[in-house]
Design a protein around this ligand. Structure first.
Ligand SMILES: Cc1cc2nc3c(=O)[nH]c(=O)nc-3n(C[C@H](O)[C@H](O)[C@H](O)COP(=O)(O)OP(=O)(O)OC[C@H]3O[C@@H](n4cnc5c(N)ncnc54)[C@H](O)[C@@H]3O)c2cc1C
Length: 144
């Protein structure tokens, strides 16, 4: 059971890094892609989507770094690891969906990195204990 914490933490780290990379790939894409004579990054609704993703990714990174630090100090972080696992993998799925959408039709093409990332990320909500099970653990540790 102790080892499961490390596995779940690794999945959270991997999803966090994936979300960060998807944001970078998409930032580059929306800056390059021109529609109606200007980069789509100049469209305010596109900017808002990117800003929302950057915010969620930043929140995930702060929480994750804290959990890693506490884990390395041998503190008990069973609840926090479960929180990080479910929230960050769900966040990465939201990021993948928005990034794919911002790529338009190219987002569906294998030639574009985001297509593969969009396909790969959902498994992180399933393996190492599903996200529903993570919530069961959190609730149990809250005495519910
Ligand atoms: C690519 C991949 C690699 C894997 N690698 C490994 C591995 O190396 N080692 C290993 O042991 N396993 C591995 N697994 C298995 C993985 O851990 C399980 O798939 C996962 O725990 C879910 O179990 P299940 O597939 O039986 O789904 P089920 O248990 O049938 O769940 C189906 C759905 O019901 C929900 N559910 C089930 N029970 C509850 C409950 N009590 N409360 C709320 N919701 C519930 C689940 O959240 C899920 O949404 C891997 C799976 C995949 C896809």
């Amino acid at each position: 059971m102790d080892q499961l914490q490390q596995e779940r933490l690794t999945v959270a780290i991997s999803a966090q890094v994936s979300a960060e990379e998807m944001l970078e790939v998409t930032k580059d894409y929306v800056t390059e892609r021109k529609a109606f004579g200007k980069p789509i990054s100049k469209i305010q609704t596109v900017q808002h989507k990117v800003a929302e993703m950057a915010t969620e990714i930043s929140v995930g990174r702060s929480f994750l770094d804290d959990v890693i630090e506490r884990h390395m100090k041998n503190e008990s972080v069973v609840t926090e690891v479960s929180m990080a696992k479910w929230w960050i993998t769900d966040m990465a799925r939201r990021v993948a969906t928005t990034c794919m959408q911002l790529h338009g039709g190219y987002g569906y093409m294998e030639e574009y990195e985001i297509a593969r990332r969009y396909r790969d990320i959902p498994v992180s909500s399933i393996y190492a204990g599903t996200n529903d099970i993570m919530k069961n653990i959190i609730a149990k540790n809250m005495g519910l």
